[in-house]
Design a protein around this ligand. Structure first.
Ligand code: HEC
Ligand code: HEC
Ligand code: HEC
Ligand code: HEC
Length: 485
């Protein structure tokens, strides 16, 4: 059988590619004349979208992967990173961070000084500062015993918070972790980042960089301070002794060719501006005062966002990990139909305090949502992330007898489901089914068993071609797998 779903998926990518290419090459012209896209393109798109049963949402989804600039804003970067680090970074990004995406631009050290002078000139002079206990700002050797003990205590508290928050799911540290595939390696954070900035960043990432992919955790003040201390002081976030000198060895003397070095006139900052323009840093960075080739799409401000779920979605950046209606990442389960698959009450509990269903690398972080926020999330998912395809009614009020349950249990053993799923014991290839009766809509369990590949075409679960009777028995058994209270 040809897998039409997958084909469509690929086709959409091809169409998007064509559309984007078209917009990029003719973008200027389209913009000047009219905002109507070519009717032919619309028609092609509707053909490929026709069979998707997406429910219309009350707002437009903001895809964290389709940001106007790939790199972070440089407006206040001089408050974020120390100057020595910035110099080395612009000189050779991948010598500083193993997973750097910024290309090496071969600027001379004079050019780099000029660029930094420009970045300094656009920075916000009222960038907020924090108060820190004096002892924490001393070098370790200068701390009194009490100060050292205090610091150690904060650091170990911070380490526990780091673990619970699963920061490592996005951020590798010295090459380890980072399963989601976004976020810089933090293994040398302490030599780069200013602690005032760090505090504000973790507190409110979008306050600094509106289009960031990083979630805003709801940390208490003391949690925040512990986390900052851990990141600033622990050896995990300092360069290993032997890689200390690496950067310098690799510095290549840049020979002046035509171009940036011809810029001699003006103040240092003015020259820096010209160098930035010449090197097109603005293709990847928002930099104040630099003229743009293409108009930037206007951003919706926080105040214009009225839907509570939209706010949550943007704040926690759910779509950095989850896909919704074809937008966002693909690391975590797609949410498009989760309302029809999962029970509302379970969703609320889960997003508030994520339970363990899948193996370690696939667990959702705890963002410390309030009960009200979790309810908002669950209600929205139940209302909008649904599909008519699943017949949830037929099992809605079913109360299977002991005998029916046992019949399903025998089938579960006989079919070898245990190889991949755990109820009491079993494998970890598929999700844990211990509480599947609390978690999944009964009707969806049946639907899934009849056609395991319907929702996830490339899933490894075999299609057992179960009869309705067998699938019903298994459904009855799985419905009974609940938390014993
Ligand atoms: C969903 C993925 C994700 C999670 C989870 C996450 N981050 Fe981030 N973080 C990012 C991304 C992506 C960036 C870079 C900015 C951007 O491109 O949006 C970033 C940037 C940072 C930076 C700045 C690093 C630099 O060199 O610029 C720090 C520090 C940081 N995160 C700390 C944390 C901490 C601490 C946690 C856990 C409490 C955490 N992050 C959880 C995605 C994540
Ligand atoms: C092709 C895209 C691209 C270009 C061109 C580019 N950068 Fe970057 N830059 C990035 C990305 C992406 C990052 C984020 C770190 C990473 O993943 O590499 C970054 C990070 C930075 C940082 C560190 C910012 C932070 O918050 O940590 C600075 C400073 C910077 N770039 C300056 C420049 C300057 C100056 C130029 C032009 C001379 C430039 N970049 C050109 C993509 C680019
Ligand atoms: C850092 C990545 C990440 C972010 C951000 C994230 N999630 Fe998740 N989420 C996951 C992972 C991984 C799982 C799978 C957990 C498991 O199976 O143990 C998951 C599971 C879920 C599930 C259960 C899905 C299922 O079928 O088991 C729901 C519902 C959910 N997330 C909703 C949300 C919402 C709503 C947000 C934003 C408020 C969000 N998530 C933000 C990673 C993330
Ligand atoms: C080869 C491994 C494998 C076998 C054998 C297997 N499954 Fe699965 N199963 C999976 C995987 C992987 C998923 C997750 C698919 C997805 O993400 O959509 C899954 C999903 C499920 C789900 C939905 C749970 C959820 O959270 O999405 C149920 C219910 C289920 N399986 C029941 C069964 C039953 C009953 C059997 C035996 C008749 C069985 N499975 C056999 C791998 C397996």
């Amino acid at each position: 059988m040809i897998n039409t779903k997958k084909l469509n998926h690929i086709s959409i990518h091809i169409i998007m590619f064509i559309v984007f290419g078209y917009v990029l090459t003719c973008g200027g012209a389209i913009h000047a004349q009219s905002l109507e896209p070519d009717p032919l393109l619309l028609e092609i798109e509707s053909i490929y979208r026709g069979d998707k049963d997406y429910k219309q949402l009350p707002f437009v989804l903001e895809d964290p992967y389709k940001r106007s600039k790939n790199g972070p804003t440089l407006k206040n970067v001089v408050y974020k990173a120390n100057k020595e680090w910035l110099k080395k970074w612009i000189d050779n990004p991948s010598a500083m961070i193993p997973n750097a995406r910024m290309p090496r631009l071969m600027l001379s050290s004079e050019d780099i000084d000029a660029v930094l002078a420009y970045l300094e000139s656009i920075a916000d002079s009222s960038f907020p500062k924090q108060q820190w206990e004096a002892g924490l700002l001393k070098a370790e050797d200068d701390m009194t015993d009490d100060e050292y003990e205090n610091m150690e205590e904060l650091v170990s508290g911070g380490k526990a918070i780091w673990g619970r928050a699963r920061c490592n799911i996005c951020h590798p540290v010295k090459g380890k972790g980072g399963a989601v595939g976004v976020g810089p390696d933090l293994g040398r954070l302490a030599e780069k980042i200013n602690r005032d900035w760090l505090y504000l960043w973790i507190k409110e990432p979008r306050g600094y960089f509106h289009e960031t992919q990083m979630p805003r955790y709801r940390f208490e003040e003391d949690e925040l301070r512990k986390l900052v201390e851990y990141l600033m002081q622990d050896w995990d976030f300092k360069p290993d002794e032997d890689e200390d000198k690496d950067g310098d060895d690799e510095t290549v003397e840049v020979v002046a060719d035509e171009g940036p070095l011809l810029v001699h006139e003006g103040t240092l900052a003015e020259r820096g501006k010209k160098i930035i323009e010449f090197n097109r840093c603005f293709v990847c960075h928002e930099i104040e005062g630099i003229s743009e080739l293409l108009p930037i799409k206007s951003q919706k401000s926080e105040n214009e966002t009225t839907n509570k779920f939209e706010k949550l979605l943007n704040d926690i950046r759910c779509m950095t990990c989850h896909n919704i209606q074809g937008h966002g990442g693909s690391f975590a389960p797609e949410l498009t139909h989760e309302g029809s698959k999962l029970k509302g009450e379970w969703i609320k509990g889960f997003i508030e305090t994520p339970d363990i269903i899948r193996p370690l690398l696939k667990q959702m972080p705890k963002f410390n949502l309030t009960s009200e926020e979790a309810q908002t999330g669950a209600d929205f998912i139940e209302e909008y992330f649904v599909s008519d395809e699943f017949d949830l009614g037929s099992f809605a009020n079913v109360n299977p007898t002991e005998e029916e349950i046992n019949k399903g249990k025998e089938l579960y053993e006989a079919k070898g489901c245990k190889a991949c799923h755990t109820i009491q014991v079993g494998g970890i290839v598929g999700p844990n089914l211990k509480r599947v009766g609390d978690r999944m809509e009964n009707g969806f369990i049946f639907f899934h068993l009849k056609d395991p590949h319907h929702e996830t075409p490339d899933a490894v679960e075999p299609n057992y071609n179960l009869s309705d009777e067998e699938a019903t028995a298994l459904t009855h058994y799985l419905m009974s797998c609940k938390d014993e209270k």
